[in-house]
Design a binder for this molecule. Structure first.
Ligand code: UDX
Length: 422
């Protein structure tokens, strides 16, 4: 078993560290935030992520995980160094490498000889070589090992992945990283660093493309009178298409897809290829936000009171970054909507949209509302008491941006139901 330093304890770093500890390695997680480090050391998990708390607790109990302040403290004692720092979108669309380069510069001087630095952050194609340059250590190898973790199911995605991708110019280092995943039942693919980095971007951009395609088909279904739920079911039986990632919605979002799709278009441009196709994928997504918002706005009455269920970018997470729900509500608010919202994972006002009143009860959210907008697919919304919803609302319109609710049940209760693509 190896000693692994994990630099950065965000979604990716914390999941990576906890899962490696779960697999039996000794893990030292570093962060620059003293408060966060103290809380993690006490077993307090700052994010909503299924199964994470349990495996961190387990690892703390068995002394297989430590949380320390500063990358140096972790890296001087480890053989592997996972860089899991943020790579936010820079002003020009390209990923901003400031944190990554700072982390590499910090750990460079303290790395034990023959250790391996592993890039897990999503970074522009070519960054593995940039990290190697910043480290300035000829006795240390750099490997790219992109993450394919979905928020909400990240622990399971790490422990039961579809594949593990490892990219390096140094074959021996790649094999050492592959050995860390010995207990993981998945194909391990070793390639060069540029291909590994491209696999990550291409996978996310392809999935985003699939969703924009499905949302466009949903619009077509509305125009021709087809039901998109049946259409995607019929498509999904074709194993070449597959059943997953075919649910239409209010648009797609999150901390990865929008950023990575924009970044890939930018990478292509810098490399001399105009990837206009990807820009269209992004444009279709914006149209989907507009179209969903228009349905809500059209159903608003004279008072413009809107009850919204769901604010996070998808169910199973408390993450609000690039949330389609917020994109839609921005448009509704701009059109004069007065929004009260409920989300089981959101307990304070939205920094990005303070006009929305966030309440802690789904029935309170629809009090006096002319329209109910469902924007995140939390399963619990399906099981609410729709007689009570009906009593609380002033109007009867439901815009179901996730095709989540039971259309027949709502129609029977006198609601006017509008979903996506049906
Ligand atoms: C994504 C990738 O799936 C993961 O592999 C990568 O490493 C990180 O980015 P995540 O951002 O957690 O994961 O979200 P994901 O589950 O992929 O969903 C992204 C967006 O697409 C959400 O807004 C979600 O609601 C939407 N979506 C997803 C749909 O609208 N329909 C679907 O069928 C699936």
């Amino acid at each position: 078993m190896a000693t692994i330093a994990v630099i950065g304890t965000g979604y990716v770093g914390l999941t990576t560290g906890a899962c490696f500890a779960h697999l039996g390695h000794d893990v030292i997680c570093a962060d620059i935030d003293p408060d966060k480090v103290a809380r993690l050391q006490a077993g307090e998990i700052p994010i909503v992520e299924a199964g994470l708390e349990r495996i961190v607790e387990e690892a703390l109990r068995d002394n297989r995980i430590q949380f320390v302040l500063g990358a140096t403290e972790a890296s001087r004692r480890a053989e592997f160094h996972y860089l899991c720092v943020p790579t936010p979108q820079g002003d020009d669309g390209a990923a901003d490498l400031t944190y990554l380069e700072a982390a590499a510069a910090e750990i460079g001087p303290v790395l034990p000889a023959d250790s391996v630095v592993v890039n897990k952050s999503t970074v522009p194609v070519g960054s593995t070589r940039v990290v190697a340059r910043v480290l300035g250590r000829s006795d240390v190898s750099v490997v790219s090992n992109p993450e394919f973790l979905r928020e909400g199911t990240a622990v399971d995605d790490f422990l039961n992945p579809d594949r593990v991708v490892i990219g390096s110019d140094d074959q021996e280092a790649a094999i050492r990283v592959a050995a860390l995943y010995q207990k993981v039942p998945a194909p391990i693919m070793v390639t060069d660093p540029v291909s590994a980095e491209t696999i990550k971007y291409a996978s996310n951009a392809f999935l985003a493309t699939k969703l924009s395609f499905v949302n466009a088909i949903a619009t077509l279904c509305e125009k021709v009178g087809a039901d998109v739920n049946d259409v995607v079911l019929g498509m999904g039986y074709d194993t070449r298409i597959g059943k997953q990632f075919l649910k239409p919605g209010p648009g797609w979002g999150g901390s990865c897809f929008p950023k990575d799709t924009i970044a890939l278009a930018r990478i292509a441009e810098d490399a001399g290829y105009d990837f206009s196709f990807l820009r269209q994928v992004l444009a279709v997504n914006d149209e989907q936000f507009d179209r969903t918002a228009e349905k809500v706005i059209a159903a608003m009455g004279p008072d413009g009171v809107v009850g919204a269920w769901g604010l996070t970018f998808k169910a199973g997470t408390d993450d609000l970054r690039m949330s389609p729900a917020i994109e839609v509500l921005k448009r509704v608010v701009a059109a004069g909507g007065r929004v009260r919202a409920y989300d089981p994972a959101v307990h304070k006002a939205l920094d990005e949209l303070p006009e929305v009143e966030v309440v802690q009860d789904p029935y309170a959210a629809v009090e006096g509302a002319e329209v109910l907008a469902v924007l995140t697919e939390w399963d619990e919304f399906r099981w609410l008491d729709f007689d009570k919803v009906s009593e609380n609302m002033a109007g009867r319109a439901v815009v179901d941006g996730r095709n989540l609710l039971d259309r027949a049940l709502l129609t029977r209760r006198g609601f006017t139901y509008r979903g996506i693509g049906r």
